[in-house]
Design a protein around this ligand. Structure first.
Ligand SMILES: Cc1cc2nc3c(=O)[nH]c(=O)nc-3n(C[C@H](O)[C@H](O)[C@H](O)COP(=O)(O)OP(=O)(O)OC[C@H]3O[C@@H](n4cnc5c(N)ncnc54)[C@H](O)[C@@H]3O)c2cc1C
Length: 209
């Protein structure tokens, strides 16, 4: 396809790089402009005094998007990247002694949550289920949708979906209706500003690579 077509990408973050790959595969001659001396954008890190600090992304979220980008140029994500499941995924310590290891081991998580607030584990599972449903719907009808006009014919359906999944409501208020314990409310929202219950939260993450 059109070898004389040019594309200019501003920014070598994960978005710019993925778009560049896909355009190059369609035959575009792609030039990427990046203001920093390195690529990666917010997927960066620095090391100080033996500690590694992520400046942005830590977890591999939406792996299917990365998988499909790798697949678009004939590679398999898992053979290209050295990926490890981290356990715990992260750990949040509250200054009143509550210490939660957010682990993929559901029976361990159940024990921890039930110790803090009886009944909270089932509420957490329900939340997970709702979140998964919202994610699937949003991917299908909103994220993967190509917007070519302000008056897109699917706009009404998309707005209804966003309302149905509480996209316009206050997340902290939404979570507070489910959990009474302040630490759990903070855990499930990571809300900004002073925590009402814990004045400090430590994220203690294992290195995954
Ligand atoms: C604290 C934090 C934690 C996060 N945690 C996660 C996580 O755990 N998992 C996850 O999946 N996502 C996470 N994210 C989100 C994820 O990092 C971003 O969604 C993703 O990196 C965005 O990629 P991007 O390419 O769209 O933008 P960016 O990464 O912001 O890239 C934009 C690039 O454009 C460059 N640029 C901007 N303006 C110009 C210009 N005028 N000329 C040239 N270059 C320019 C910038 O220097 C940058 O390199 C986190 C983000 C933050 C901030």
């Amino acid at each position: 396809m059109g070898n004389n077509r040019n594309a200019i990408i501003i920014g070598a973050g994960i978005g710019g790089l993925s778009t560049s790959i896909r355009l190059a595969l369609q035959g575009y001659k792609v030039t990427v402009f990046e203001k920093n001396s390195h690529a990666g954008g917010r997927c960066g890190h620095f090391e100080k005094e033996g500690h590694r600090f992520d400046t942005g992304a830590t977890f591999l979220m939406m792996p299917e998007v990365y998988r499909s980008t790798y697949a678009s140029f004939g590679k398999e994500m898992t053979s290209e990247l050295d990926l490890h499941q981290s356990d715990p995924i992260y750990r949040v310590k509250f200054n009143n002694g509550i210490d939660i290891k957010f682990t993929p081991d559901l029976s361990d998580l159940q024990r921890q949550l039930e110790n803090i607030e009886p009944g909270s584990y089932n509420k957490f599972l329900k939340l997970l289920h709702q979140g998964h449903k919202a994610y699937k719907q949003a991917m299908k009808h909103v994220i993967d949708h190509n917007y070519t006009s302000y008056f897109d014919k699917d706009m009404l359906r998309q707005i209804i979906i966003l309302f149905r999944f509480h996209a316009f409501s206050n997340h902290y208020r939404f979570i507070s209706r489910k959990f009474r314990n302040e630490a759990l409310r903070d855990l499930f929202t990571f809300r900004e500003g002073p925590m009402s219950y814990a004045s400090s939260v430590t994220l203690d993450m294992p290195r995954i690579m």
